[in-house]
Write a protein that binds this ligand. Structure first.
Ligand SMILES: Cc1ncc(COP(=O)(O)O)c(C=O)c1O
Length: 386
């Protein structure tokens, strides 16, 4: 563990300005007004309900059919639903994990075998930084604005062996465009750096659904992508994280994968296939409309409150940041907690400089609209309270 990491309090003992984001999310789990974590918790759609009704059939399918076939079908359905038609199909190139954090742990351990430091997008979800640091890697903050503005400073490549980017980013929702990804891949290839992407939120944003694998493969860069089904569908955390990698990666990801797991449940793979098919057949558009409508509701409930801003007007991710000039995110978190409402103060997203997140709060939008509306009204009340 790096010297900059603090000792964290036990689960359940966290206060708003200590601990990591997951510890704050944990406190919210039993509340009806949990708008903290980015997992999908909205009601199932009619099409999704039908899949849940079919779970006994999927279980029987999982018992009978070879897991390799179910896995291949789940991958094909998922990648095709999200426009990733050039994903690699050779055996071992898409490693199915219990969650994207498990995929991240495998990647971190693998990176630590050959490199010393990673340039990591800033801000982003703190468990990415924690898992990298936890495996002894040094981190260099890669400012999100600089990443989007143009080529990376070549000096960066002298001190890092990997560039890690979350796109769409959590919490900002910013997406790396096709043009930027092309240049980023070319730059990393030219300097021999690995390019790693976390695309867990890509399902929410069509701007993140151009074929990334085509670009990565054409560039010749050594690349890794972490994909995730867990943010999209309200499947009670039955999900798959995927570690997808180039054939020239040169890291022991398959070896370390086998140190940790044999594979994910065939029932979950069969379910992912069905949810992906439903997504491709209109479910994704439905989800986009649902999130857009929740976002519009949040913005209109908070509109015209003095000092309250919308930091990410272009975001389509299932989370929404709220800027608060007169209070810290932690103070608002404390006020909300008194009403059993849980949001997320943003300090820890700024893993290299927490104070940069002092005046923002993140709300989860993948929630049924009624409890979300009540939570946002409680937020409005908390923001106007003296
Ligand atoms: C960008 C990103 N990657 C990975 C994760 C970890 O996901 P999980 O908790 O399903 O492992 C999160 C969690 O919110 C995230 O936001």
């Amino acid at each position: 563990m790096s010297g900059t990491q603090q000792v964290k309090p036990a689960l359940g003992e966290t206060e708003g300005d200590t601990g990591n984001l997951t510890q704050l999310e944990f406190l919210a789990l039993n509340s009806e007004f949990n708008i903290a974590d980015g997992h999908a918790r909205q009601a199932l759609t009619t099409g999704q309900n039908k899949i849940v009704d079919d779970l006994p059939l999927l279980f029987a399918e999982g018992e009978k059919r070879p897991v390799e076939e179910l896995e291949r079908e789940a991958h094909a359905a998922f990648f095709n639903a999200l426009g990733q038609h050039s994903y690699p199909i050779a055996p071992g190139r898409v490693l199915s994990c219990y969650s994207s954090s498990v995929a991240m742990e495998i990647l971190s351990r693998s990176l630590a075998e050959t490199i010393e430091s990673v340039a990591l997008i800033h801000p982003t979800f703190d468990n990415i930084a924690d898992l990298l640091r936890g495996n002894g890697l040094k981190l260099l903050p890669l400012d999100e604005n600089m990443l989007h503005d143009g080529d990376l400073d070549v000096g960066l490549f002298a001190s890092t062996g990997c560039v890690f980017v979350t796109t769409p980013n959590n919490p900002t929702g910013r997406v790396v465009s096709k043009e930027r990804l092309t240049r980023l891949a070319e730059q990393c290839a030219a300097h021999g750096a690995i390019l790693a992407l976390d695309t867990s939120f890509r399902g929410f944003d069509t701007r993140a659904q151009y074929d990334h694998y085509e670009i990565l493969q054409a560039s010749g860069v050594r690349w890794v992508v972490i994909e995730d089904t867990g943010k999209l569908w309200p499947t009670l955390d039955l999900k798959v994280g995927m570690l997808v990698h180039s054939d020239n990666l040169g890291l022991p990801v398959e070896q370390i994968y086998s140190d940790i797991l044999l594979g994910v449940s065939p029932l979950i793979l069969a379910m992912v296939r069905r949810f992906s098919e439903d997504a491709a057949a209109g479910g994704l558009e439905h989800l986009h409309r649902f999130i857009a409508s929740n976002r519009a509701m949040v913005r209109s409930e908070l509109a015209e409150l003095p000092g309250v801003t919308v930091p990410d007007p272009e975001s389509r991710a299932s989370v929404e940041r709220v800027g608060i000039e007169n209070l810290t995110g932690t103070e608002v978190w404390e006020r909300l907690r008194e009403h059993n409402v849980y949001a997320l103060p943003c300090r820890s997203f700024h893993w290299a400089n927490p104070s940069a997140g002092d005046h923002t709060l993140r709300l989860a939008l993948a929630r049924s609209t009624d409890p979300l509306t009540q939570s946002v009204r409680a937020l409005r009340h908390a923001l106007t309270q003296r």
